[in-house]
Design a protein around this ligand. Structure first.
Ligand code: XMP
Length: 526
């Protein structure tokens, strides 16, 4: 395992990512991690970039024990400065910022110290690299030699004369450094001798063993599932690990997609063997949503709070049943489908310990129920979760499902949410998605849905004049859901969807297509 110590650079998680692509297992921890509290021995350590200057009073520093471990160290950007600071303290100068492409000249010292050249082994003498830093070195710390330069940074790369310590000013983890992965491979595989044997299959075995050890012989776990990929994969992993001692709960809030509750039940129980309880709370949710018209946040609050109440009531029932049977112990654990990017977002090295963000839907549960969190996906990225899901036999349709918000189609029905409005929005959405799948576009589009606008328009259907509602279609492409572009369907496709919706969904006489990007629009309509 390679240990990545994170100083908070926006690129830090990519280091772990690239290493895993090389089948090298790596874990990222906050830069202040005490090595004495680590339960495993890293084969090498990477110090990430970060938004600080080592000159600042509150600049973070690594546990000095890092330099006593006798394992190779690679400092990237701030990490390089951290190494220099450790070895010389006074060698840094804050200078003007450098951001963007740069051309690197590799300096080789062949003959004298072969380990000094090892980082750039097999790489060209001239390399394109990506820079993003404020400070840079004005001098080398004692016992270091230059291994790379750029026109702007005479010490763009350095290596220790005797020890396998390296520092580079550029970012090898970003795709703008085309040969960066090779450089990371040189470090991890050749210099650290890390094994390239990390696979998803191995992850499953390790994780199942970890869950069993954590939960014990009798422990029980409860968790909410939504039918989305994260919660389903997490649930399947729990089922593999502890069977029916994992209790999945699907809350039908009345604003799921058409026939979704039944489909999720079918797949999770029949196909995946998960111990699932479906709670039909549609009427309760819709009753509370009645009359709520003008404030989308109010819809979100009602749905979020009611979800917690319903889940908690169900959890109590399941716990009571479990207590009645002698087979198992108490329910002590709550499953969460937290992914790596959520973990990174919430790790703070400023506080006394790393704090982990709790999932928006079930976070409130923890306080009242004294449950401990179990997060089997917390080391994975979204596409790794999909790979894992496929490995675990989860149907492709579910593995690739578009994201669906917790408040469901309630935030896609503008204005009041009534059973009739839910019917219209659901049916239109179903047709739209069906046509997207038929056209082979489902995976290309990141998220698509039909929304119901709170207006009426005039139309003619048959010989009759009608005064009915308007459906707005929304489909976007995005890589991170922070920015998004509307999808450029061809006219024939839109014509077909529009004709079907107007003909098949009673109460709709017009269909429009939303051509707003994000920003300024959001992906959802409310
Ligand atoms: P926006 O509308 O903010 O959406 O551009 C970005 C992504 O977040 C999802 N989303 C939500 N998910 N609860 C959720 O669980 C919510 O209240 C919520 N609002 C938006 C949205 O579907 C999209 O994927």
């Amino acid at each position: 395992t390679i240990l990545v110590l994170d100083f908070g650079s926006q690129y830090s998680h990519l280091i772990t990512r690239r290493l895993r692509e090389l089948n090298v297992y790596s874990e990222m921890l906050p830069c202040t991690q005490k090595l004495s509290e680590l339960s495993w021995e890293p084969k090498g350590i990477i110090l990430s970039g970060g938004p600080y200057s080592v000159y600042w009073d509150d600049a973070p520093h690594v546990d000095p024990a890092v330099f006593d471990l006798d394992v190779p160290i690679l400092g990237i950007c701030y990490g390089l400065q951290e190494i220099a600071w450790h070895f010389g303290k006074n060698v840094l100068a804050g200078e003007k910022r450098e951001y963007g492409h740069a051309f690197l000249k590799v300096e080789r010292h062949s003959g004298k110290n072969t380990h000094v050249d090892a980082l750039f082994n097999g790489l060209e003498d001239d390399m394109e690299v990506w820079m993003s830093h404020g400070d840079k070195l004005s001098n080398l710390p004692p016992s270091f030699v230059t291994i790379a330069t750029t026109s702007n940074a005479p010490f763009a790369g350095m290596a220790h004369e005797d020890k396998p310590y390296y520092g580079i000013q550029f970012h090898p983890e970003v795709t703008h450094t085309p040969r960066g992965t090779q450089l990371l491979k040189n470090f991890a595989v050749d210099i650290c001798k890390a094994r390239q044997d990390w696979t998803m299959g191995k992850f499953v075995d390790q994780e199942i063993a970890r869950i069993r050890a954590l939960v014990g012989e009798k422990g029980q776990v409860i968790g909410a599932v939504s039918g989305g990929v994260d919660s389903t994969v997490a649930a399947k992993l729990m089922q593999e690990a502890i069977g029916d001692r994992f209790h999945a709960v699907l809350v039908d809030n009345g604003v799921l997609r058409l026939k979704e509750a039944q489909q999720v039940k079918e797949t999770l129980t029949k196909h995946l063997g998960i111990n699932l309880t479906v709670v039909d709370a549609s009427e309760r949710f819709l009753g509370l949503l009645k009359g709520v018209k003008d404030d989308p946040e109010k819809k979100r609050k009602i749905i979020g709070n009611t979800f917690i109440e319903v889940f908690q009531e169900e959890a109590k029932k399941i716990a009571a049943e479990a207590a009645g049977s002698s087979k198992a112990g108490e329910i002590e654990w709550l499953l969460q489908g937290t992914l790596y990017p959520d973990v990174i977002e919430s790790i703070s090295f400023k506080g006394p310990s790393a704090t982990i963000k709790t999932h928006h839907n079930v976070g409130g549960l923890l306080a009242g129920m004294h449950l401990k969190l179990i997060e089997p996906l917390r080391e994975l990225f979204k596409d790794e979760v999909r790979e894992l899901g496929t490995n675990l036999g989860i149907p492709e349709e579910l593995v690739w499902r578009h994201p669906f918000p917790g408040p469901g189609i309630a935030i896609r029905i503008l204005g009041e949410v009534t059973p009739e409005q839910v019917r219209i929005a659901r049916e239109a959405d179903h047709i739209f998605i069906e046509e997207i799948k038929a056209a082979g576009l489902y995976r290309k589009i990141s998220q698509a849905f039909a929304a119901l606008l709170p207006v009426k328009a005039v139309g003619v259907m048959g010989d009759k004049r009608v005064h009915d509602q308007v459906i707005a279609l929304r489909a976007v492409e995005t890589s991170d859901f922070m920015t998004a572009d509307w999808y450029p369907f061809d006219g024939q496709f839109l014509k077909k969807v529009s004709r079907r919706i107007v003909n098949e969904v009673e109460g709709v006489c017009r269909v429009v297509y939303d051509i707003t990007s994000k920003p300024p629009g959001t992906i959802e309509m409310e």
